[in-house]
Every structure is written in structure tokens, then in C-alpha cells.
Ligand binder design. Structure first.
Ligand code: TYD
Length: 221
């Protein structure tokens, strides 16, 4: 959980770290699971960087405020897509890629698939166009593993409780398109995804994530 590798910390053995993204609708429990995985890996003596989008960097925190906390209608759909892509470009260039290069495990709460699902599908800006924009922004860096925490739309809304950002305020059909798109992305590339039913108890979910990540780390060693 540091920007420098502390002495004696284990790094991944294949000259590059491991990049894990947590994705899912609002209220799926991504932060909880990202935190549990980071804590477990840290206990194993791993160099772990836990981060999130939007807002994982100083520039990102300003962009996050602009894109999420204005009144409805304050950011046009294409500007929204570009702001998320700008946040991601800076996040990868200054934090994610340097950490991977020194052999850390990087765990991010949301990444590129969130843009494909929210801006590409739910805002109807186009799956391929939005994906290409982000792939360009990050110079092609994709996660080694994406954990998709799938939660039914109504359940996600109930868990979120009070609505607090522009995206969360969108109607259920918007969130339904987000959910479908995440599931389709995972279905198209099953080797790079772990899809979990987010209504299962948190400890069970954490166990499934640990098992998959432990296997990947062993293979990389
Ligand atoms: P997040 O920080 O995960 O939400 P929380 O408020 O629970 O901490 O994400 C904020 C919102 O941003 C969420 O509704 C999803 C949205 N989002 C996009 O629309 N596109 C993106 O590319 C990303 C990263 C997030």
C-alpha cells in the first residue's frame, strides 16, 4: 500500500506486477472487496497499491469533483466520457504503471470497463468508441484480472441508500444497461474475469477472490 517498495517486500516474479480491477454497479461492494484483498496481500508481505477511479491522483480528485458532483445537466455526455478518460490516462501514467513496473500488485476500484458500461452503453455513446478512447488513454494497459461483482439493479439501489452523485441518480434502465454490459464484457473474455454474485456474504466473496489471485501469483512466480 505504498508508492515505494518497502525493503523485504515480495514482488511478482515475472518482471511486472499484477493488475486487478474490481468492477460492478453502484452498491455492489467493490470497495469492501478491494480492501479485503489488499489487506490479505499485505499480510502476505506483498507490495500492494490500492487505488480507485475516478480520483486516484491529485488531478483525478479535481476531475472527480467536476464529473460527479455538479447538478444534473452540468456535464455533456461526451465531456463526461473525456473527463473519465483523462482521469484514467493520468492515473495509469503516474501511479498504476510505475507500480506495476516495480512488481507491485495494483488493485483498482473501477477501471476501463466502467467507461464502456456507463458512457458507452448506458449513455449510448458507443461501446467501441468509448473503449478505444480509454485504450488510447492508457496506452493499451488492461487488467490481468477483473473481478465483476454482479448485483441486481434494484438491490444495488437499495444498498446505496441515499443517492449522492450524478450517475447514481440515473434511472433503473440506465443501471440495467450498465449491469448487462459488464456481464457481456466478462462473457466475451472469461479467462480475464471472475464474475461473482455480489449478494453472497462478503467473506465468501473475499475467499473466491483470494483463491483466484493466489493462483495467478503462483503462476507468475
Ligand atoms: P465510484 O467512485 O465507484 O462510486 P462511489 O460514489 O460509490 O465511490 O464511482 C463514481 C461513479 O462514477 C459511479 O456512479 C460510476 C461512475 N463512473 C463512470 O460513469 N465511468 C467511469 O469510467 C468510471 C471510472 C466511473
Amino acid at each position: 500500500m505504498s508508492e515505494q517498495t518497502p525493503p523485504g517486500t515480495q514482488v511478482c516474479g515475472h518482471g511486472r506486477g499484477l493488475f486487478v480491477a474490481f468492477e460492478g454497479g453502484d452498491g455492489a461492494g467493490k470497495s469492501t472487496q478491494a480492501g479485503l484483498l489488499a489487506g490479505w496481500l499485505t499480510e502476505q508481505g506483498r507490495d500492494v497499491v490500492r487505488t480507485h477511479e475516478p480520483g486516484g491522483t491529485e488531478l483525478g480528485r479535481t476531475l472527480r469533483e467536476l464529473v460527479l458532483h455538479g447538478p444534473d445537466g452540468s456535464v455533456s455526455p461526451r465531456a463526461e466520457a473525456l473527463i473519465f478518460a483523462a482521469d484514467r490516462a493520468h492515473h495509469v501514467a503516474t501511479l498504476v504503471r510505475p507500480a506495476l513496473e516495480r512488481g507491485a500488485v495494483v488493485i483498482t476500484d473501477r477501471y476501463l470497463d466502467s467507461s464502456v458500461a456507463y458512457q458507452g452503453a448506458a449513455r449510448r455513446l458507443g461501446h467501441d468508441e468509448v473503449r478505444q478512447l480509454s485504450v488510447w488513454a492508457v496506452e493499451g494497459l488492461l487488467p490481468d484480472l477483473t473481478v465483476l461483482l454482479d448485483v441486481p439493479t434494484g438491490e444495488g439501489r437499495a444498498r446505496r441508500g441515499e443517492e449522492h452523485d450524478r450517475l447514481e441518480r440515473e434511472a433503473d434502465d440506465f443501471h440495467e444497461r450498465v449491469r448487462r454490459t459488464f456481464l457481456d464484457l466478462a462473457g466475451d473474455d472469461p479467462g480475464r474475469y471472475l464474475v461473482l454474485d455480489a449478494t453472497r456474504p462478503p467473506e465468501e466473496l473475499a475467499g473466491a477472490v483470494r483463491e483466484r489471485v493466489a493462483r495467478m501469483l503462483e503462476e507468475a512466480a
